[in-house]
Design a binder for this molecule. Structure first.
Ligand code: Z5A
Length: 225
């Protein structure tokens, strides 16, 4: 089975993931690289239904454990129905959030045990792991300011929650060579350049002008165990 490249954008609310994911997707297109763009929760019929429940605008109280299982239910479907097949075709998968979000939000944010969250994550992903996480780091205040406040169930959380999430992300990134931290405070174009630089330096054989020579998809990165 072939193995494409799995890249994830992570970060707090309003860090710019969706904006940057779109621009990266355009860049991949210009380079002639086959790719799929997914977001979490979502990306499958089950995932989109979970997304509606999860981000419900009403006054629902959802316990942290229920949040965890909702997210993992969506992820289980996304990995098996979209991400796995795309990687097997040798394509690039660019995901707007993945398992690091669960550690940051349900672990650091909600206070669930990190080991248990990691174990549950492994069950949901079936061992499919990203090749690189691009963490857009931004003070929680700035992210919320960009979003304009109010909004869905998560957006109504207190500032302190988002601060814990941000610190959690930074702690997860520390000492990990699969997480690259990118400052999210610059302008959109500046952040995009930093992301492209990070990808080009990590996967120089994939992100070359004109795309990978003589292949229908990106060359395979080292298989991870
Ligand atoms: N969640 C979870 O708890 N556990 C999990 O495991 C997973 C998710 C997978 C998904 O909500 C929620 O699910 C999320 C975490 C939780 N909730 N929270 N909080 P979502 O998908 O609706 O929201 P999001 O993932 O947090 O994305 P977002 O709020 O849309 O933010 P973003 O994608 O990072 O930012 P953006 O949409 O690109 O930009 C936000 C605004 O800032 C917009 O007006 C842009 O024009 C502007 N922007 C973007 N970049 C810049 C720069 N560089 N400068 C200035 N302004 C900018």
């Amino acid at each position: 089975m072939g193995r494409g490249l799995f890249v994830v954008l992570e970060g707090v609310e309003g860090a710019g993931k969706t904006t940057q994911a779109r621009s990266l997707s355009e860049w991949f297109g210009r380079l002639g690289l086959p790719h799929v763009l997914v977001r979490e929760p979502g990306g499958t019929p089950v995932g989109e239904a979970v997304r509606n429940l999860f981000l419900e605008r009403g006054d629902w109280q959802i316990p942290p454990e229920t949040e965890l299982f909702l997210i993992l239910a969506a992820r289980g479907a996304l990995v098996r129905q979209v991400i796995g097949p795309a990687l097997a075709r040798g394509e690039i998968v660019l995901a707007d959030r993945f398992d690091l979000s669960t550690l940051a939000y349900q672990g650091f944010g909600r206070g669930l045990d990190l080991e248990e969250v990691s174990r549950a994550n492994r069950l949901a992903t079936g061992g499919v792991r990203p090749d690189l996480y691009l963490l857009l780091d931004l003070p929680a205040e700035e992210g919320l300011r960009r979003k304009g406040g109010g909004g869905d169930r998560m957006e109504r959380e207190e500032l302190e929650f988002f601060r814990r999430v941000r610190q959690g992300y930074l702690q997860l990134a520390e000492g990990s060579d699969s997480v690259v931290v990118i400052r999210g405070e610059g302008g959109v174009a500046q952040v995009q350049q930093a992301l492209q630089r990070a990808l080009s330096s990590r996967f120089a054989h994939v992100f070359v002008p004109g795309g990978p020579a003589g292949s229908s998809g990106p060359p395979l990165p080292e298989e991870r165990s």
